[in-house]
Design a protein around this ligand. Structure first.
Ligand code: NAD
Ligand code: MG
Length: 386
């Protein structure tokens, strides 16, 4: 049976991996919407190949360019943030939410409100608006299928009552600076930070992996997706990225999901669920691997982990504030305006300054996001001078 799919963030790393799977199963998927931020040439090429109903570019200034690129193709063209939301409301059977950052929140929520299936890669939107997003899914009957490899692993390992779960453990590769001292991390470059040892990903999440803020955001993500409480959520460093996460039950059984470090595996799991589909990924060779390694995370060298735990414990507006500050700080680091250690330090400073109240609506989340970004931008200037 043919199903329809929309891909938000089609030109990104997750978007491309998703389209690779669609490309291999063209007779099974009808593409409804493809979106990108500003990469018009790439989006137009994908639109010509996948023939969506609509191609949307988030940057409103790019509309004419996209219309020109797709003239005569019979594909509707739209631009701007409101157009992204309209495209999400078209309600494809599956919506792949693969925009990076809080910019994905509005279209992701619109897709959830349609009550269909949302394959969620865009962790920042869940971090910023976790309670609201989970409530919207309950209200609409939408199914949120986690695409983040750890959460997809946990989803695959979970069965039965959450009361019978003793512990959920997220694995972390530890990133490129796993063995670096605090001093060594002080002088790392953006090039070193985006060179992840196991995964090929977009720039923002690669830097997040290097600071381990990625694992912090994932802890918040897990807190919402799998409501077992913070005390039953744990992190372990596993440098090989073979075990993608695990669930321990009260009887002493631990169920883990293993697989190659290729996002097409969790994406395929979400696209085919509750069925399975083939991927071209090389299977694991455990004999060659010989051993699996684990170590405890170092909360001192990676303060982002402590910040994320505090954000969950305090709740309210903290997670949205943390996400906003981190997005600004990561962008500033990639622009070489601040150092690597300043990334977590900026979020920590914002934490000390203001405790935002809980957002009660999407409107509140966007206000909090905007205010936190503005303050984080000021801190970037301060840290850049220091
Ligand atoms: P990416 O930077 O490669 O791609 C991001 C996509 O979002 C692009 O299509 C871009 O055009 C679009 N985009 C960027 N800013 C936008 C804006 N302001 N408005 C609208 N669209 C915008 O990122 P990625 O690595 O594919 O990650 C996407 C999401 O998936 C992130 O939330 C990330 O944390 C999550 N994720 C990624 C991976 C991975 O392996 N790459 C793994 C797990 C989770
Ligand atoms: Mg992950």
């Amino acid at each position: 049976m043919m199903r329809s799919i929309s891909i938000f963030g089609a030109t990104g790393s997750v978007g491309q991996s998703t389209l690779d799977l669609v490309r291999r199963n063209r007779d099974e998927w009808r593409v409804v919407a493809l979106t990108a931020n500003g990469n018009v040439a790439e989006l137009a090429a994908l639109a010509r190949e996948f023939r969506p109903e609509v191609a949307v570019v988030a940057d409103a200034g790019c509309e004419a360019l996209l219309a020109h690129a797709l003239a005569g193709e019979g594909i509707a063209v739209a631009a701007g943030e409101a157009a992204l939301v309209e495209a999400a409301k078209l309600g494809a059977d599956v919506t792949m939410a693969a925009i990076v950052g809080c910019a994905g929140l509005a279209p992701t929520m619109a897709a959830i409100e349609c009550g269909k299936t949302v394959a969620l890669a865009n962790k920042e939107s869940l971090v910023a608006a976790g309670e609201l997003m989970m409530a919207a899914a309950r209200a609409s009957g939408a199914t949120i299928l986690p695409v983040d490899s750890e959460h997809n692993a946990i989803f695959q390992c979970l069965s039965g009552d959450l009361d019978r779960v003793a512990k959920i453990t997220l694995t972390a590769s530890g990133g490129p600076f796993r063995t670096f001292s605090h001093n060594e991390m002080g002088s790392v470059t953006p090039e070193q930070a985006v060179a992840h040892p196991n995964w090929s990903m977009g720039a923002k999440i690669s830097v997040d992996s290097a600071t381990m803020m990625n694992k912090g955001l994932e802890l918040i993500e897990a807190y919402h997706l799998f409501p077992v409480g913070l005390a039953r959520l744990d992190i372990i460093v596993h440098p090989q990225s073979v075990v993608h996460s695990m669930v321990e039950y009260v009887d002493g059984s631990t169920i883990a999901q293993l697989g190659p470090a290729d996002m097409r595996v969790p994406i395929a799991s979400a696209l085919a669920w509750p069925d399975r589909m083939a991927t071209p990924c090389s299977p694991l060779d455990l004999a060659k691997l010989a051993r699996l390694e684990f170590e405890a995370p170092d909360f001192e060298r990676f303060p982002a982990l402590t910040l994320a735990r505090a954000a969950i414990a305090e709740g309210g507006g903290r997670p949205a504030q943390l996400n906003a500050a981190n997005e600004v700080a990561v962008a500033a680091f990639l622009d070489r305006r601040i150092g690597f250690l300043d990334i977590a330090a900026i979020s920590a400073r914002l934490f000390d300054e203001t405790a935002p109240i809980a957002p009660h609506s999407l409107h509140d989340v966007f206000n909090l996001d905007r205010e936190s970004r503005a303050r984080a931008e000021q801190l970037v200037v301060t840290f850049a001078k220091a």
